[in-house]
Design a protein around this ligand. Structure first.
Ligand code: NIG
Ligand code: FE
Length: 419
C-alpha cells in the first residue's frame, strides 16, 4: 500500500524548480518559481507532481481518497531547508566561554589558552559514542523543528585517529537512526591538538598518512575540510591536506578568511573546492576568483553575530557572480544555534541578501554545497518529499517577521515529522 501525501491550496508554494543545473548565481537566486494555490503530491517519500491545486486534483482525481491531505490555505510551503555546514556531533558545552568573550577575551585567545576547540575536543574524547549520539539527536530534533531536513556535519573535535573516527561513526549512526539526512565531512584539520604544539607538521602528516586513509577505508566522509586561519593551518598546509584528500575521493571545503585575511578564498578557487566557508575577511581578488571558478560561498552570519564581527560581504559576492549558500555553523563555540530561519533573517539584515536570495541560499544552493541537489533543495518530481509548511502567507514575511520560528509542519521523505 502506497503512502500518499497531498499538501494543497498553499497560498504560496515555493518550488525553486529549474532543474538541477548547478548552483544559482546573480538574478537566478531571486527566481523562486512560485505557484499560487499550489499543491505537492508525494508517493512513498518521493515527489510525483507539483502544480496548482486544480491541476493536481485533476491529475490524481481517482486516488484522492488514498491521500493524507493537508490544507495549506493561508500558508507558505517551501522545500525543506538545508544546512550545509555544521559541527553537530560534539561533546559538552561552552557557555562559560561566551561569558569570557563578553568580558573581553577574544575567540583566538581562548583557543590558544587551551579552551575553544580544544575544550570541546577534550569533552568529545571523554564521551562515549552513545552519549554523542544522544546529544546530537537533540540538536537534530531542534533542526527539524526549525524546518531543516538535511544537514552537513563535520568531525574535528577528535584531533586523534581514534576520536575522529568515533565522531564520524556517530554521524553514520545518526544517519541511520534520525530522519534528517546527515552528510559527513572529515575535518581532522580543525585545529592543531595541544600536544602537537611546536610540531604542527607532524600533525599535518598524521592527517595525511593515517587519518585520511582510515576515513576513506571505512567510507565515513564525503568531504574534507580545513580551518585555514592564521595560527591554525597555513594555506600551504591546507592545500596539502585537501590535495591528499582528493586522492581518496574526498571533496575539498575550506574554512577560509574567517578571523583574518589569509588568501583562503583564492585557495578554494585554485584547488577546486566545492565551497569556501565563512569568508568574513575575503579579499576582492578572492571573491573574483571564486566567481570565476564557481566556488560556492557558504556564509555564516549567525557566527559573525555571535562573535560580534562584521558579517561577510554577501551582497557583493552575489553581485560578483559567486553562488551563495548560508548555514548555521552549529557548533559550541562560535554559533551554538540550530535556527536556519534566524540565519536567513540575518543574511538579509547583516549581508543585504534579499528575502528571495536568502531562501535560495538556504535551500537549493545549500543543497549544491553538499552535493545533495539531486535529492532535495527544491520541490520537483523525482526529489525527496522534504517539505515545510510555514504559518505565514508569503516568503517575504519569513524574513521580515524575524527571530521567530514560523514552522507549522515538516515532512521528511514524505513522512510528517513535525506538527
Ligand atoms: O566554524 N572556525 C572554526 N570552527 C568553528 C568553531 C568551532 C568551535 O569554536 O568549537 C567555526 O566557527
Ligand atoms: Fe565551521
Amino acid at each position: 500500500m502506497k503512502t500518499i501525501v497531498w499538501i494543497k491550496h498553499a497560498t504560496q508554494l515555493i518550488t525553486m524548480a529549474h532543474g538541477n543545473k548547478g548552483p544559482r548565481i546573480k538574478e537566478a537566486m531571486s527566481d523562486l518559481a512560485i505557484i499560487e494555490d499550489g499543491s505537492v503530491w508525494i508517493e512513498n517519500g518521493i515527489i510525483q507532481a507539483v502544480g496548482t491545486t486544480a491541476e493536481i486534483e485533476k491529475q490524481f482525481k481517482d486516488r484522492v481518497h488514498e491521500a493524507e491531505i493537508t490544507d495549506a490555505a493561508g500558508y507558505l510551503v517551501t522545500p525543506g531547508l538545508v544546512d550545509p555546514h555544521t559541527h553537530v556531533a560534539y561533546g559538552g558545552s561552552r557557555e562559560r566561554e561566551f561569558e569570557m568573550r563578553l568580558e573581553g577575551a577574544t575567540y583566538m585567545e581562548i583557543m590558544n589558552a587551551g579552551g575553544g576547540i580544544h575544550a570541546t575536543t577534550r569533552m568529545t574524547r571523554e564521551a562515549t559514542e552513545d552519549q554523542l549520539v544522544e546529544q546530537a539527536k537533540k540538536r537534530l530534533n531542534s533542526f527539524l523543528k526549525h524546518g531543516v531536513t538535511t544537514v552537513e556535519g563535520k568531525s574535528g573535535y577528535g584531533l586523534d585517529v581514534e576520536t575522529e573516527l568515533k565522531q564520524l561513526r556517530v554521524m553514520k549512526r545518526l544517519q541511520e537512526e534520525h530522519p534528517i539526512d546527515l552528510v559527513p565531512t572529515f575535518m581532522g584539520a580543525h585545529a592543531v591538538p595541544t600536544d602537537y604544539k611546536g610540531r604542527e607538521e607532524d600533525y599535518v602528516n598524521l592527517i595525511i598518512n593515517e587519518m585520511l586513509p582510515a576515513v576513506a577505508n571505512e567510507k565515513l566522509a564525503v568531504f574534507n575540510d580545513v580551518f585555514c586561519e592564521v595560527g591554525v593551518f597555513t594555506p600551504e598546509q591546507s592545500e596539502r591536506i585537501l590535495e591528499a584528500g582528493k586522492k581518496y575521493g574526498l571533496i575539498p571545503k575550506i574554512h577560509a578568511d574567517e578571523i583574518e585575511p589569509y588568501q583562503g578564498a583564492e585557495l578554494a578557487a585554485k584547488i577546486g573546492a566545492i565551497s569556501a566557508e565563512h569568508l568574513l575577511k575575503a579579499s576582492d581578488e578572492g571573491i573574483e576568483a571564486m566567481a570565476a571558478a564557481g566556488t560556492i560561498a557558504c556564509l555564516l552570519p549567525a557566527t559573525a553575530l555571535f562573535l560580534r564581527e562584521q558579517a561577510a560581504q554577501g551582497r557583493k559576492m552575489i553581485d560578483a557572480g559567486v553562488p551563495v549558500a548560508i548555514s548555521t555553523d552549529c557548533n559550541p563555540g562560535s554559533s551554538p544555534t540550530t535556527s536556519m530561519p534566524l540565519v536567513m533573517n540575518l543574511a538579509c539584515i547583516l549581508m543585504r541578501l534579499t528575502p528571495a536570495e536568502a531562501l535560495t541560499a538556504a535551500t537549493y544552493n545549500a543543497a549544491c554545497a553538499i552535493h545533495m541537489e539531486e535529492k532535495t533543495g527544491s520541490l520537483e518530481p523525482g526529489k525527496q518529499g522534504d517539505v515545510v509548511l510555514w504559518e505565514i502567507s508569503n516568503y517575504q514575511e519569513l524574513q521580515y517577521l524575524f527571530g521567530v520560528n514560523h514552522v507549522k509542519s515538516v515532512w521528511k521523505k514524505g513522512v510528517k515529522v513535525v506538527g
